[in-house]
Write a protein that binds this ligand. Structure first.
Ligand SMILES: Nc1ncnc2c1ncn2[C@@H]1O[C@H](COP(=O)(O)OP(=O)(O)OP(=O)(O)O)[C@@H](O)[C@H]1O
Ligand SMILES: [Mg+2]
Length: 289
């Protein structure tokens, strides 16, 4: 059926059930939550689940390339074929056969000016810092080239772009956050590019740092730790706050981060989520692909 939506798995079975199979292709998913809640681990699980099937660009603005691969390994996700964009630019990568390019913005500290000069020729960039939107965009475009998925500015294949996290892009100018994220959406948006991005959320003020990125998101998963002072333990919850183009489970789900497994469901039961998935056509939809 032509109404079938292609979906991108989040690499977490119960969360996929709760989104009827995952993020609709071309949608932008924003993962918000306080530090340590599991945003980065979720993005790594999503990268691991898709990398065999489609090219993935993973932008890490907070951790080094090596740490992304190392954290993945702790959850039995093998990202060892990944290449770092910094190594590609330095000519250190001989065999370009990879489906995953990691852009580690720290690793790019030396090369970012070169990247910008290339995009400045097109009159696009005025960036001063390696953590700017312009550098992130120029790096993503370079990663597309490395993956062989771009032709004359067009993205020729389905690609998954992960940005963990957005916040450093406006650290130098918090009041510009909305404008920066609008521009990012304008530059990066393609119907065959699915985006998963994270942003921190301050539990003290209830504000997403830098005024947030909700306005550019098609779907939002919010994660939090329930009153740790009162509970005296870490109790993690998440809820799908919105999701365009798809039905989604409406209740909060309790989870834990388990060694080897990553995000692990505690409540409701997996059977309940599977039942919900079957009831709302997820089964039918996925069998049509
Ligand atoms: N190997 C592991 N086994 C079990 N739990 C782990 C493991 N590694 C990390 N964790 C848990 O995951 C948490 C970190 O998760 P993650 O890095 O995804 O958080 P985050 O939401 O991205 O935080 P930040 O906003 O600071 O980047 C740790 O605080 C710890 O509780
Ligand atoms: Mg993180």
């Amino acid at each position: 059926m032509s109404s079938t939506i292609r979906r991108i798995s989040l690499g977490v079975d119960w969360l996929d059930y709760a989104m009827l199979g995952g993020v609709p292709r071309g949608n932008w998913l924003l993962i918000t939550g306080e530090p340590g809640v599991g945003k980065s681990i979720l993005t790594i699980q999503a990268a691991g689940a898709n990398v065999d099937a489609m090219p993935v660009v993973y932008v890490s603005t907070e951790t080094k390339f090596f740490d992304v691969v190392r954290q993945a390994k702790q959850f039995n996700i093998d990202l060892s074929d990944a290449v770092s964009l910094a190594d590609v630019l330095a000519g250190k990568v001989k065999d370009m056969k990879t489906n995953l390019v990691v852009i580690d913005l720290f690793g790019l500290a030396r090369q970012y000016r070169e990247l910008l000069r290339a995009s400045e020729e097109e009159g696009k960039s005025r960036a001063k810092s390696p953590l700017s939107m312009e550098v992130v965009m120029a790096s993503i475009e370079k990663a597309y080239e490395t993956l062989g998925v771009s032709e004359e500015g067009k993205v020729t294949k389905d690609v998954l772009v992960i940005i963990d996290s957005l916040a450093p892009m406006w650290a130098h100018a918090p009041a510009m956050a909305r404008l920066i994220t609008y521009r990012l959406r304008q530059r990066l948006y393609r119907s065959n590019v699915t985006v998963i991005m994270t942003n921190q959320f301050a539990p003290t003020t209830g504000m997403t740092f830098g005024f947030g990125a909700e306005h550019i998101a098609d779907a939002i998963i919010h994660m939090w730790i329930e009153q740790p002072e009162k509970k005296k333990e870490i109790e993690r919850w998440l809820i799908i706050k919105k999701a365009r183009l798809t039905n989604h489970y409406r209740k909060a789900m309790k989870y834990e981060i388990e060694p080897e497994n990553g995000l692990t469901l505690i409540e409701p039961s997996i059977e309940e989520l599977r039942k919900w998935f079957d009831q709302y056509g997820g089964k039918q939809e996925s069998s049509e692909e």
